[in-house]
Write a protein that binds this ligand. Structure first.
Ligand code: PEP
Ligand code: MG
Length: 587
């Protein structure tokens, strides 16, 4: 029987296909006493689950090796060692035998002891190894519980991924070419999972409860991220309707592709720069395909996530960045130093868990608290910049909340530049150093901050989160996350004005830069550089070509004077209806 659930569409598109359910939440285990004559059978059941898990890890390892490279395979090798380690396997068997209990319970007991032992270790990165143990244990428990093993890594055919929670560390392992869409119980419009999916042009709906249960009971699912609608086992007529709308959307996308070489210039001659945000290296191809004018944000933390559990060496950094800069030739590339923390976890970097990670040790704070990691990355970036002409490589610091942080970062760059020069490396003193403006305190102090850096990039994903006190990854408050809030518009206008007054370029790399409803306002505020997921570039280009700069200035002025987000939203929808309809954009 057909069943419809609704959530919030956060990455546009329509998908129809088979659901694959992925549940990330812990499995609860019951203690069941078994008769003594079944003890050996229970041990055999446990051994079979271990074998199946090891086989599965092996397959993942081989796939990672061929599809992503040797470093990724290492993750799975570590898991294989855990699953076969006698100090894990033997105590489970002993508990089954001695206590006459089910394999699930015995596994849980041993894992609990191992985790406690890891947690007691003095070094954070060793303590965090417990996550590997838990990962392997979950796979074994899933097999024992009769749940499908490792669906996520095994996706061998196109499917719609239905999940309760899908952290970015899992997304980076997905075969994106086989994902038709995401339907997630958690997440938000600017959570990193959403951002990555959007880059790949994959539709996403978040915040619909009961998805996993519905997904498990269904054979087919149709998802419309424009409407936030997910229909499980749709009636043929409904599926046909989704298919027809999907066709229209694809047709519109190919029309936009035909405009890829046209300049991003308004009707009255104001030119803007469209740049790309890159998370995963293979997005560079998309950026080139959509003919962007450079990379406005490379989120280097994804390199850490992809190489986890290993840390990138100076050479790893250099090679990864060089590939991007060379591929983007002759355009500039802005590389942001690692913004781990928050929901972007790399257990080697982050110590114990925090009660409020988004307000905790993330961004530049984490860079400073891990001087060795930061130094390795900065040395690589300085060497990289030395390989290219001036301005091709820019370094940007995340989560700047005060001027002191910028001063320290600058000093570090200067010190390391001298150190590298002393080692005989070709380095330059004129690498542009910029700050992300994504903490309200920086927006407020933008004038003073602008005197300390070479450029700004406004990170609206965090700026909105911190200004409106709305967790960007929390589906419960996703509807309160309003880029149209006049408070946000005024903060942005202040930053753009500060950049203009102090003579430094200002770009925007938050998702707002690609929001068709907001682009005209940003243009009117005076923003000239928009950095976005490559997939969004053609829509923004087409839209800019419809707009008049003069009219946009008036539009922005009026919007900034309004009192509520709703007022702004209604005003923009009305004023922009014609421009948006002309390029068939649905907002
Ligand atoms: C932002 O906060 O807007 C931004 C671009 O950074 P991230 O999304 O990586 O936090
Ligand atoms: Mg940010």
């Amino acid at each position: 029987m057909s069943r419809t659930l609704t959530g919030l569409g956060v990455s546009p598109g329509i998908a129809i296909g088979e659901p694959v359910v992925y549940e990330n939440r812990p499995i609860s285990t019951l203690r069941i006493t078994i008769p003594s004559d079944q003890v050996e059978a229970e041990i055999a059941r446990f051994s079979a689950a271990v074998t199946a898990t090891v086989d599965n890890i092996w397959e993942n390892r081989e796939r990672a090796r061929t599809e992503m490279g040797e470093e990724y395979a290492a993750i799975f090798e570590a898991h294989q060692l855990i699953a076969t380690d006698p100090s894990f396997v033997e105590p489970v068997k002993r508990i089954i035998r001695e206590q006459r209990v089910n394999a699930e319970w015995a596994t849980d007991e041993v894992v609990g002891e191992l985790v406690a032992r890891f947690e007691a270790l003095p070094h954070a990165h060793l303590a965090e190894r417990k996550l590997d143990v838990l990962d392997v244990a979950t796979q074994i428990l899933k097999t024992l519980h009769g749940l499908d093993l490792g669906q996520l890594d095994q996706l061998d055919r196109p499917a719609i991924l239905v999940a309760d929670d899908l952290p970015p560390s899992k997304v980076v392992q997905l075969p994106m070419d086989r994902i038709l869409g995401f339907a997630l119980e958690s997440g938000g419009p600017t959570s990193h999972t959403t951002i990555i999916a959007r880059s790949f042009g994959i539709p996403v709906i978040v915040g619909a409860q009961g998805l996993c249960e519905a997904g498990r009971q269904s054979r087919r699912v149709a998802l419309d991220a424009f409407e936030g609608k997910i229909v499980f086992d749709p009636e043929p007529a409904v599926e046909a309707e989704f298919a027809s709308r999907k066709g229209e959307y694809e047709e519109q996308q190919s029309q936009l592709m035909a405009m890829r070489d046209m300049p991003s210039v308004t009707r009255d001659g104001r030119e803007i720069a469209i740049l790309a945000n890159i998370d995963l290296a293979n997005e560079v191809e998309l950026a080139r395909q959509w003919n962007v004018a450079g990379v406005g944000l490379y989120r280097s933390e994804f390199l850490y996530m992809q190489l986890s559990p290993n840390l990138p060496s100076e050479r790893d950094h250099l090679e990864a960045y060089r590939a991007i800069v060379s591929a983007m030739d002759p355009h500039p590339v802005t590389i942001r130093t690692f913004d781990l923390g928050g929901r972007k976890l790399a257990r080697e970097v982050i110590g114990p868990s925090e009660a409020n990670p988004v307000l905790g040790l993330r961004g530049i704070r984490l860079c400073f608290s891990q001087p060795d990691f930061f130094r390795t990355q900065l040395r690589a970036l300085i060497c990289l910049a030395g390989e290219y002409e001036a301005g091709r490589v820019k370094i940007m610091f995340p989560l700047i909340s005060g001027i002191e942080e910028v001063r320290i970062a600058r000093l570090l760059v200067r010190k390391l530049t001298e150190e590298l020069r002393g080692e005989g490396r070709a380095v330059r003193n004129d690498i542009p150093l910029g700050a992300m403006v994504e903490v309200p305190s920086s927006a407020v102090m933008a004038r003073e901050l602008a005197r300390e850096v070479d450029f700004f990039s406004i990170g609206t994903n965090d700026l909105i989160q911190y200004s409106l006190a709305v967790d960007r990854s929390n589906e419960l408050v996703a509807r309160l996350y309003r880029p149209t809030s006049p408070a946000i518009l005024r903060l942005i206008a202040q930053v753009v004005e500060a950049g203009r007054a102090e003579g430094i370029p200002v770009s925007m790399c938050g998702e707002m830069a690609a929001d068709p409803l907001m682009v005209p306002v940003l243009l009117g505020i005076g923003l000239e550089s928009f950095s976005m997921s490559p997939q969004a570039a053609p829509v923004v280009r087409a839209l800019v070509r419809q707009l008049s700069y003069r009219e946009s200035v008036d539009l922005a002025r009026q919007a900034c004077r309004m009192s509520t987000a709703r007022e702004v939203e209604e005003f923009l929808l009305e004023r922009l209806a014609i421009s948006l309809a002309k390029i068939k954009i649905r907002v």
